[in-house]
Write a protein that binds this ligand. Sequence first.
Ligand code: FPP
Length: 248
Amino acid sequence: MDKLAWQVADGSSTRHVAIIMDGNGRWAAERGLPRSEGHRQGVEALRRTVEASRDLGITHLTLYSFSSENWSRPKQEINDLFGLLRRFVRRDLAELHKNGVKIRVIGTRAGLDADLLRMIDDAVELTKDNTELNLTIAFNYGSRDEIARAARRIAEDVSNGSVTASDVTPELLGTYLDTAGLPDPDLLIRTSGELRLSNFLLWQLAYSEFVFVDVYWPDFSRELLEAAIDEYQRRSRRFGGTSTRSAG
Ligand code: FPP
C-alpha cells in the first residue's frame, strides 16, 4: 500500500487513525516475562506504527498510552510507564522532529510531575510547526474527565459573560476539548481482542469505524495497520444520513 492507496472520497484531506494499544501485559505473561518487558516492546510497536503511518499518508495518529484509570495499577508499573514516556521523548524527539512529526499530548496535567510536564511542553513547542504527521499521545487521559473539564470551562465562561447558554452547541463544546482543532478519527483500532472503548475519545469517535485486531500490541505491525485500513476502506460511512459515501 502506498500513500495514494487510502483515497478520500468525501473531500476531506485528513486521515486520522486512533489506536488503543492494548495487551502488553498479556503479551509478557504468555512469555513468562515481567509486564515491564511488555510495555518496552509496546514502545517498539509504537515506533513502527509512527513510521508506517508516515509512509501510508496518515495525517493524524492518536495513541492511548496512559488512562486516568491506570493510576490503580501497582506503583512499580506506573513508574515503568512514566519512565518509558520520558525515555521515548528523550530518545525519539530529535528523530520525530526531523521527520516532520508534530507532537501533542491530551489528558489532564493534574498529578503529573513538573519535570515531565516541562518535557512534554518542550516537545510540543519544538515540533509545533511540523506538518508531516500529527502525533497525539493521550497520557493521563480519560474521555469523561476531558468532557467534564470542558463543561467546567464553559460554565466559567457563561458566568463571566463571554459565552451565553444558547451558544453551547456540539461545535462549541468541541473547541473546549483537549482535541480542539483536530479532525475526528476516521478509524479506531484496538488490539488484543477486547471490544471496548475504555473511556477513550467518547465524543470524537461518534462516527468512526472500529476495527478490532486480535493480536497483543507488542506484535502490532505495518501489515496489520494496512489490513485495518483495507477493512476500513471496504466499509461505507453514512454519518447518520441515508446517502452512502465510501469510506475515506
Ligand atoms: C495496555 O496494555 C497498554 C498500556 C496501559 C500502555 C500502553 C503503553 C505503551 C505502548 C508504552 C508506553 C509508551 C509511551 C510513549 C508512554 P496492558 O498493560 O493493559 O495489557 P493487558 O491488558 O494485557 O494487561
